[in-house]
Design a protein around this ligand. Sequence first.
Ligand SMILES: [Fe+2]
Ligand SMILES: [Fe+2]
Length: 302
Amino acid sequence: MRDTAPAPHADRREQNAARLLRASARHSFDPLTEIDWDAPIDPDHFALPQHRVTLYGTPLWESLTPRQQARLSVHQLASATAAGIWFELVLMEGLIRHVYEGDLTTRHAQYALTEVADECRHSTMFARYIAATGYPSARPSAKAHRRGKLHFLLNDTAITFAGAIFVEEFTDAMQREMVRDESLQPLARAVARIHVVEEARHIGYAKPELERIWARMGPARRAVFRRGLLVLARLAVAELVHPRVYALSGLDVRAAERAAAANEHWRLARVDWARKALAFFTDLGVVDHRTAPHWRRAGLLD
Ligand SMILES: [Fe+2]
Ligand SMILES: [Fe+2]
């Protein structure tokens, strides 16, 4: 018997973690055996809905044949998938450190390791997808690589969880569209389906954690945190489309980047995919009247 009653928040935290552990036991997938990696890829299948490709609707888009447009969508998804690996590696490191500071007899710490196990499988699955499409690398840009190392040094738990909420909600929205669209490449949809199921739990773990940490932050720390999250979100979204996506499609990289930056369809895609995360951050007060204009300028908020 314990001689002191646990704090109510610790109870809630343990109950949430126990629920997530039960859900993990019921619905976890091994992508190496669940997915048919040897099935041929149809070169005419899009990997993303057409209107979600960065150049959709621009003169550059019209200059491509339907097959080239489909290929561009596959490169864009492969690049976004490489960004996903980059982020998952940073997140896993943050979760391991979170466990290191905690006690593995708690459900909360046990769930953190369960999430690391999920992300290990995801990153391997993502790498298999990238290789299957012929996209040449799963490495992030040099800038993201350096920023990831900086995060390893800073090890800010609040940023780890907030970053997880932003990236996981964003990816979730994109992948749910892919799962719904039966015209898309079956391999891309199979990867998305597994990821969507397992990521819902990760979001359910990160949100109450961030709420708890945020409630204890003073005004000065909150001000720094608001800026830090904006920097991370901008970087994560920029990382979605590596310049090689355009080079591989035979396009002039500078011209393609300019066209994408000015493309209203692409701005809407980012706003739509960021919507749930931004609603959560706004409710919590992480995005406020001072920082909202920066999120708007980044093309992540209407
Ligand atoms: Fe994941
Ligand atoms: Fe995740």
